[in-house]
Ligand binder design. Structure first.
Ligand SMILES: [Zn+2]
Length: 376
C-alpha cells in the first residue's frame, strides 16, 4: 500500500501544486521588486520628507513613515494574496467569503502596524546611538520582543482569526483517551492546554498544531480534523503534536531564529552601510527590508529542511507513543485522508520538496507509518 489519489483528484492535486509553486516564487520576486521600486523611484524619500515635515519628533515620524511604507508595499502585494485565496477556493481548501477574507487581511495589516511602528522607532534610535554596532544592540532588544510575541500569540493573535474552546468541552471522551496517551508517555499536558479550533468556518483542510511556550504552550486540534478522522487516527495526529510539545520544538526553533537574526543583522548592517549614505535616515528601511527579503528567500531551503527534520521526529514520536493503541494501518490512513483533502501530490518533485516542503511528503510519511515497527 502507498499513498495514492484517484485519477480526478490526482490531476487536481498536480494542478493545485503547480499553481502554488508559481505563486510562491512569483510572490517572492514580487516582494523584492516592490521594495526595489520604492527605493529606485525615490518614493521612500518622499515618504521620509512627509514624515519629517510633519514633526521633529522621531516617534511621530515613525507613525507616519512606517504606515505609508507598509500599506503602500502591502497594497502592491495584495494581488498575490488575492490570487492565493482564489486558488484555495478553486481547489476547495477554503470556504471563506471574500468579505471575511478581506477583513482578516485588514486585521493582519493592523497587527503588523502595531508591531512595526515601535520596532522601527527602536531600530532607528539604536542606529543613531550606535552607528557601527547597532546590529548587536538591536538584536539584544528584539529578543524579549520575539519571546513576548511568541508567548502572547496563541492568547491574543490567534483568537482574532478563529474561535477556540477547550477540547474537553465537546469531546470529553476523546480528551480522556488523549490523557491516557499522554500518561503512557509519563508526561503531563493538562486538559486546559488542549484546545479545539473552529477551523471549519473558513477552511476544509485538516490540521493540528502546537503553539506558545512556557505558560502559554498548548496543543490545538482543528475541528475539521475531529470531524473527518476516526478516533484512532485523531490519537495518532495528537501523538504527532505531542511530539512537538515534549521535544520542545517551538523553543528550539526560537533559539535558532535568534541565531539566524544575529547573523542577518550583522550581515545587513555591513551591506546597508555600503548601499546608503546615511543609515540613520528613514530611507534606509526599504533597503534593509530588501536585504531581509533576499536573505529569507535564500534561507528558505535551510529553514524548511530543519522543519522537515522536526516533523519527522514528531512522526516517529507519534508512532512510538501510539504503538499498541493505534494500529499502524490507522496511522497510515490518517495521512491518506489528510492528503486527499489537502490535495497533496503523491509524487512531488524532489527539488520542490527540498526547497518548499515544511513537512516530509505525504507519500513518505504514509510509507514511514506503514513500515514502522517498534523495536523489541
Ligand atoms: Zn508537525
Amino acid at each position: 500500500m502507498q499513498y495514492s489519489l484517484p485519477p480526478d483528484k490526482l490531476q487536481r492535486a498536480v494542478d493545485y501544486a503547480h499553481a502554488g509553486y508559481a505563486l510562491h516564487f512569483g510572490s517572492e520576486l514580487l516582494s523584492i521588486a516592490i521594495l526595489a521600486a520604492i527605493i529606485v523611484t525615490g518614493l521612500g524619500a518622499k515618504f521620509r520628507d512627509w514624515a519629517e515635515a510633519a514633526s521633529k519628533r522621531r516617534f511621530i515620524q515613525a507613525m507616519i513613515f512606517i504606515p505609508l511604507l507598509l500599506i503602500f508595499n502591502d497594497l502592491l502585494y495584495l494581488p498575490a494574496n488575492i490570487y492565493g485565496q482564489h486558488l484555495e477556493l478553486k481547489f476547495d481548501q477554503s470556504i471563506q467569503t471574500w468579505p471575511s477574507w478581506l477583513w482578516d487581511w485588514t486585521k493582519t495589516e493592523l497587527i503588523a502596524l502595531v508591531c512595526a511602528i515601535p520596532l522601527a522607532f527602536l531600530l532607528y534610535a539604536v542606529i543613531r546611538r550606535s552607528p557601527r554596532r547597532w546590529w548587536l544592540h538591536f538584536w539584544l532588544a528584539t529578543l524579549p520582543v520575539i519571546a513576548a510575541v511568541m508567548y502572547l500569540e496563541p492568547m491574543i493573535i490567534e483568537p482574532m482569526f478563529y474561535r477556540f474552546q477547550p477540547l474537553a468541552e465537546q469531546h470529553p471522551v476523546l480528551v480522556d483517551q488523549l490523557e491516557a496517551l499522554v500518561g503512557r508517555a509519563g508526561l503531563s499536558i493538562p486538559r486546559d492546554r488542549m484546545f479545539e479550533m473552529k477551523a471549519s468556518e473558513k477552511v476544509n483542510s485538516l490540521n493540528a498544531y502546537v503553539s506558545g511556550f512556557g505558560g502559554s504552550r498548548r496543543v490545538v486540534v482543528w475541528d475539521t480534523t475531529l470531524d473527518k478522522l476516526t478516533t484512532p487516527e485523531t490519537l495518532f495526529v495528537f501523538g504527532h503534536e505531542m511530539g512537538h510539545y515534549v521535544l520542545n520544538h517551538i523553543r528550539n526553533s526560537l533559539l535558532l531564529l535568534a541565531l539566524a537574526l544575529l547573523a542577518l543583522f550583522w550581515a545587513g548592517s555591513h551591506i546597508v552601510r555600503r548601499l546608503v549614505p546615511d543609515v540613520s535616515d528613514w530611507t534606509s528601511l526599504p533597503v534593509l527590508l530588501l536585504i531581509v527579503a533576499i536573505a529569507s528567500a535564500i534561507a528558505e531551503p535551510v529553514v524548511n529542511s530543519y522543519s522537515r527534520w522536526q516533523e519527522h521526529q514528531a512522526d516517529l514520536y507519534a508512532l512510538e507513543i501510539t504503538h499498541g493503541t493505534v494500529p499502524t494501518a490507522a496511522a497510515a490512513h490518517s495521512f491518506q485522508v489528510m492528503g486527499e483533502i489537502g490535495l497533496d501530490e503523491p509524487n512531488p518533485n524532489p527539488f520542490i520538496v527540498f526547497w518548499l516542503y515544511s513537512h516530509p511528503s505525504t507519500s513518505s510519511r504514509f510509507d514511514l507509518a506503514q513500515r514502522y515497527r517498534q523495536p523489541d
